[in-house]
Design a protein around this ligand. Structure first.
Ligand SMILES: C[S@@+](CC[C@H](N)C(=O)[O-])C[C@H]1O[C@@H](n2cnc3c(N)ncnc32)[C@H](O)[C@@H]1O
Length: 352
């Protein structure tokens, strides 16, 4: 997935090729301002105001309590970028974006856009961090309301990759017990259990996450097939010969190499012979020689973000497979997720 400025005309392409336009400004000014416009529009409910049809800027502003002039400008910026269209004097939500920007859509990202307001504030720490390397350990510093917004945000982030992962993961055919470490809202477990009707799942989560995570999970109607267990994956015993599959999705980037190695060893003990350890995450380069690989771009940016927010960072395929091998597991070929470009499912089997 390529971020940044892309030419739309031959002349723009030429200007980019000849390096005539300042790419660093396209990568920053337009990107960060438009990002904040989308977030503000979503948080103010401007997209929601267009749910049941076209409206004028004045009607939208009146229904959301926003300033009419400011609202008109925001709507025009969204129009210019294809989020909206304009017909018969009214703004309409573009059909493609209804799926993502309406709160009652199963694919909504409205909560993630809300959580990004917190992440935005965190990223203001990049400058200081670059000098002193002092990171924020986000899981130790969130307040109760931030925990709530975090869990809802993670839920929105998971719907597309969880559905794909459930189709492409290969737990043993007879798999019955799944452990989902740091599984939060449980959507990965829910989709895996829907795909494998014999399977039940336990989500191991920090206690602070569980009130909101359980509320989100309850909406899926899985009953006792997917349940939470409060604990800490770094400190708790995970059992012996207990699970057919263990998933850790979007969490190894919060742990350092030593923590991940010890966790892999606990997972290997907890797996039954033939069981599978599934690590899903954005993947970083193993060395600067790999830097031009398109499937490592997301991991490169998130590596910096997680180093700031949780002291660690993203990991390479090789690093994850090294922990898995050191724990006595046999890594399988990586599965690159199409719904989350730059993320991969790195599975390893416990030999019989
Ligand atoms: C980035 S979220 C990922 C949630 C979910 N797996 C997904 O991919 O959508 C990381 C989750 O791991 C949980 N977590 C962090 N440290 C943990 C630990 N030591 N033990 C168990 N869970 C942890 C957090 O509370 C959070 O819900």
């Amino acid at each position: 997935m390529r971020l940044g400025a892309h030419a739309e005309t031959v002349l723009e392409w030429l200007a980019l090729r000849l390096n005539l336009g300042p790419k660093p400004l396209a990568d920053t000014q337009a990107a960060f301002q438009f990002a904040r416009i989308i977030m503000a529009a979503s948080r103010a409910g401007l997209f929601e105001a267009l749910q049941s049809g076209g409206r004028t800027a004045e009607e939208i502003a009146a229904s959301r309590g926003t300033d009419p002039r400011a609202t008109g400008k925001v709507l025009d910026a969204l129009l210019a970028h294809g989020y909206l269209r304009f017909r018969n004097g009214r703004y309409e939500l573009n059909r493609l974006f209804r799926k993502w920007l309406l709160a009652d859509s199963p694919h909504t990202v409205v909560h993630k856009l809300d959580f990004q307001e917190i992440e935005w504030r965190w990223t203001e720490g990049f400058d200081q961090w670059l000098y002193d390397g002092t990171a924020r350990d986000m899981h130790r510093t969130l307040g109760p309301n931030e925990w709530r917004r975090y869990q809802w945000g993670m839920r929105d982030f998971s719907t597309a990759p969880a559905t794909e992962l459930a189709w492409r993961a290969r737990p043993p055919k007879s798999a019955r017990a799944l452990l989902d470490i740091g599984g939060s809202h449980g959507f990965y477990s829910v989709q895996l259990c829907r795909r494998h009707p014999e399977m039940t799942a336990t989500i191991l989560e920090l206690p602070e996450a569980i009130p909101t995570a359980a509320e989100i999970l309850a909406r899926e109607g899985m009953g006792s097939r997917v349940v939470h267990r409060a604990g800490n994956a770094l400190e708790d015993d995970l059992g012996t010969n207990t699970y057919d599959a263990v998933l850790i999705a979007n969490l190894v980037h919060h742990f350092d190499a030593d923590q991940n190695l010890r966790l892999a060893q606990k997972v290997a003990r907890a797996l039954r012979p033939g069981g599978v350890f599934m690590v899903m995450d954005a993947v970083r380069i193993a060395s600067p020689a790999e830097a031009d690989r398109p499937d490592r771009r997301l991991g490169a940016v998130l590596d910096v973000y997680f180093a700031l927010t949780s002291t660690s960072g993203t990991w390479s395929v090789e690093a994850v497979q090294e922990w898995q091998r050191a724990a006595g597991l046999r890594p399988l070929r990586p599965v690159w997720l199409q719904t989350m470009p730059g993320a991969a499912l790195l599975s390893a089997i416990r030999p019989d």
